[in-house]
Design a protein around this ligand. Structure first.
Ligand code: DSN
Length: 430
């Protein structure tokens, strides 16, 4: 496929080649990014990109769905199996649309939603001021405890009693600790609210059984498919049977038109990959790596929100280092260490120039890096922080990072774990 692209559009081919080289030659630590398997990539770039399929399997508004119905059904069965859910919807284009779909399925415009504040690690779509979710709905936000950086269920309960939201949102986008979804459920029940859980970041860890699953406790669970779950960029909703029809209607025709069948095809592949012992080992290593990296960074005097991590991400509060997040992120990027600047709890600075840095281990773990490499990465990061204005030091780290990357090449051909389990779509079903 790439050689066809080289022939027909050399300009874009060259840019894709450069992006491959960038991904290969850098330590990618944006916690929401990963590397997908060749199988997922092939499915994403397959013939399914050519097909319109408004509706759901068995009830479409366009003809020619002999294969798409089967593919989407396989994806749905796999999603329900690995998340142990009554119902799944694999059509949301991504996490933001999935979240909006969850709210629209359960409540009406003007009703109240209560989610985690952006600077505490919540997502824009959890009711942030700048998101449409706070314009359609009345949004109130809870914060983490400023001292501990942790969720405080006493505060969440008090706020729930005060504001009587129709939906309480659990789940985060920049929170390094385990989340007790059962406690959210108890609070939601006590005030008559629905419970929507957004596990976009940790869904791979949930599938691997390493973090509590919100599926038994939430009315609707939302996730992206491309973070720790290691699939293509997409979204997904899981819910109890009683909400199935409302969820499907909210996504189509409520918010979306034609589903992206090529993405759904690749999601099906990724879900089979996640249903393997190899994936559980991968997820365990993600956490081991993050935990080791956190420990080493703290030894170098970095202050971490909540003093550590239980998951795949680390949030560094840079205020004690006297460096702002963006300056650090840009210096790291020049040294081929890719992160994102981020607000930290209690951060008064703007989200475009905040005091924190967010890093994570899903992608570097896919490359096969382990604890020993985490020690090196912590040392690289410390060297950059201590020499933030010295380009010669940044260049030296850049060379060392390139060497490390060459020892852990991107697994472009990593064989699809559990491939034997995947039943070809043509077998007895067409
Ligand atoms: N932008 C995603 C992240 O990086 O966490 C969330 O949508």
């Amino acid at each position: 496929m790439l050689s066809a692209l080289e022939q027909y559009d050399p300009q874009i081919y060259e840019l894709i080649r450069q992006e491959m080289a960038r991904q290969n030659g850098s330590i990618r630590m944006i916690p929401s990014e990963n590397y997908v398997s060749q199988a997922v990539m092939l499915a994403t770039g397959s013939w399914l990109t050519n097909k319109y399929s408004e509706g759901y399997p068995g009830k479409r508004y366009y003809e020619g769905q002999q294969v798409t119905d089967l593919i989407e059904s396989v994806a749905l069965e796999r999603a329900k199996k690995i998340f142990k859910a009554d119902h799944a919807n694999v059509q949301p284009y991504s996490g933001s649309v999935a979240n909006l779909g969850a709210y629209n399925a359960l409540i009406n415009p003007g009703d109240t939603i209560m989610g985690l504040e952006l600077s505490s690690g919540g997502h824009l779509t959890h009711g942030s001021k700048s998101s449409i979710t706070s314009k359609i709905f009345n949004a109130v936000n809870y914060s983490v405890n400023p001292e501990t950086g942790m969720l405080d269920f006493n505060v969440i309960e008090e706020m729930a009693k005060k504001h009587k939201p129709q939906i309480i949102i659990s789940g985060t986008t920049a929170y390094p600790r385990k989340i007790e979804f059962d406690k959210f459920e108890q609070i939601a029940k006590s005030v008559g609210a629905y419970h929507v859980s957004d596990i976009a970041h940790i869904s791979g860890l949930v599938v691997a059984g390493l973090h509590q699953s919100p599926v038994p406790y939430a009315d609707i669970v939302s996730t992206t498919t491309h973070k720790t779950l290691r699939g293509p960029r997409g979204g997904m909703l899981l819910c109890k049977a009683e909400h199935a029809a409302k969820v499907d209607k909210a996504i189509f025709p409520g918010q979306q038109g034609g589903p992206h069948m090529h993405t759904i095809t690749a999601i099906a592949v990724a879900l089979a990959e996640a249903d393997t012992l190899e994936f559980i080992e991968y997820a365990k290593q993600i956490i081991k790596n993050a935990s080791r990296l956190a420990e080493k960074l703290m030894e170098y005097g970095f202050k971490l929100v909540s003093n550590g991590t239980d998951n795949h991400l680390i949030l560094i509060d840079l205020r004690n280092k006297g460096i702002v997040g963006k300056k650090f992120a840009k210096a790291l990027d020049r040294a081929r260490i890719v992160s994102n600047f981020n607000t930290v709890p209690g951060d008064d600075a703007s989200p475009f120039n905040p005091n924190g840095l967010r890093i994570g281990t899903p992608a570097i773990t896919t490359r096969g890096m382990k604890e020993e490499q985490m020690d090196k990465i912590a040392e690289f990061m410390n060297r950059i922080a201590e020499n933030i204005d010295k380009e010669s030091v940044i260049e030296q780290v850049n060379r060392e990072v390139l060497l490390l990357c060459s020892e852990f090449p991107v697994p472009a051909h990593f064989t699809m774990p559990g491939s034997k389990k995947i039943r070809p779509i043509s077998e007895g079903t067409l």
